[in-house]
Ligand binder design. Structure first.
Ligand code: GLY
Length: 399
């Protein structure tokens, strides 16, 4: 009897321990990655099928009425969905993923002739760039070579920067936004493909001048710097999508850490690496970063914590920090990787990761595009999904 009672106690104890241990145990990282890639694959195929018959259309976000919003090639986000399909095809090379990656990439081709803004790098390199990396299709290289010539028309050597926008001409003589750092990856690829130093000089000039003028002493970034076309020096420091001119718009900080990490990889220049690390530290140590490490839309939004998040900036930062952790050879590298893993775990939780078949077939929820313009607030965005999938693949390759 005593023995039976002791056995029951032991069994009950073990059961309690097993339950408690299981609830405290984190999901293995490889499971987080594979589960998220599986959701992304399901959602992207549903999205690809939904738009298959809508010639030229590409997914962007969700409208205020809850319906899917699409664009043609000319919106800055046109390359992200095809790029995401290429990443998913890289992870799981099925004929279906390749068919859709090719179909949606071809819809972006007219962007090669865009000369009225700087977004050609986003549009072409995410789509055609990933497609070329994986297939070596020579037509993709032709499209990108034409696109690089179009983008280069926006560079004025006497200013040493690529002009971002042409609007607001009364306010800005020569506006350059921090986002523009991202277009340099495309031009760096073209510089290497063509061996034309015009492109490598251009990207180094742009990155160095941006490093000099776009950052505050704490290494946070302004959104828009407009340059005086005579002196080549800043005449205005503003925001467009952030809370205030002097605030730290979350996605702007994400573009900054990604942009300088990418430049460190592309050029091997230590100045870019050191700069990326400073920006990373600004982001990682910010007192307004929430516990789950998915930023509010602006680090200085006045209504924190009662304001919306921007999952896209978390995805971009995570992808950048994974790469930074590989380029940096100091003890800090582990911190960058651990921070990115925390962000990935948050984005892979039900708070942000959609159930397949919901969220208009986007992968992530809770991003913010342009809050001051009352546009794309707390919605899915195609680039949140693109950088999330990129980060998942970068992490998968590491573990
Ligand atoms: N490049 C535009 C944005 O980040 O919203």
């Amino acid at each position: 009897m005593r023995k039976t009672f002791k056995s029951i106690l032991l069994f009950a104890g073990l059961l309690t321990c097993t339950c408690a241990c299981q609830s405290n145990k984190q999901e293995p990282l490889s499971d987080v990655i594979n589960r998220s890639l599986d959701v992304a694959t399901q959602q992207s195929i549903l999205m690809a099928k939904a738009l298959e018959d809508q010639e030229g259309r590409l997914p962007t976000t969700t409208n205020k009425d809850g319906k899917l919003k699409t664009s043609n090639y000319s919106w800055w986000c046109s390359g992200f969905f095809p790029g995401e399909l290429w990443y998913l095809y890289e992870n799981n090379p099925t004929a279906e993923l390749k068919k859709y990656a090719e179909m949606y990439t071809s819809r972006v081709e007219p962007a090669k002739n865009v000369t009225n803004n700087h977004d050609v790098g986003f549009m072409l390199y995410c789509s055609f760039g990933n497609g070329f990396r994986l297939t070596k299709n020579p037509h993709y290289l032709d499209v990108m070579t034409t696109g690089a010539k179009s983008l280069a028309t926006r560079y004025r050597p006497e200013i040493g920067l690529i002009r971002s926008w042409d609007f607001n001409k009364d306010k800005w003589q020569y506006p350059v936004i921090i986002d523009n750092m991202m277009n340099l990856e495309f031009l760096s690829f073209i510089a290497k493909e063509t061996g034309d130093s015009f492109y490598s000089d251009m990207i180094n000039s742009h990155a160095k001048k941006t490093m000099e003028h776009h950052f505050r002493p704490d290494y946070s970034s302004y959104h828009v710097i407009s340059y005086d076309t005579i002196t080549g020096l800043p005449h205005a420091k503003n925001t467009h999508q952030g809370y205030a001119d002097e605030s730290a718009w979350a996605r702007g900080q994400a573009w900054a850490v990604y942009g300088y990490t990418m430049m460190a990889r592309e050029t091997g220049d230590n100045a870019y690496l050191e700069h990326a690390k400073k920006v990373a530290e600004f982001i990682m140590n910010h007192p307004n970063m929430p516990e789950d490490k998915v930023p509010y839309w602006d680090f200085n939004a006045p209504d924190i914590p009662n304001t919306v998040r921007d999952a896209s900036s978390a995805a971009i930062i995570a992808s950048a920090l994974i790469e930074l952790s590989q380029l940096d050879k100091t003890a800090q590298s582990k911190q960058y990787l651990n921070y990115a893993i925390d962000q990935i775990r948050s984005l892979a939780s039900p708070v942000y990761l959609a159930e397949p078949g919901t969220n208009n077939n986007f992968v992530l929820m809770h991003s913010t595009g342009h809050l001051p313009g009352n546009s794309e607030v707390d919605v899915p965005l195609s680039y949140a999904d693109y950088y999330f999938v990129e980060a998942l693949l970068r992490l998968k390759k590491l573990i």
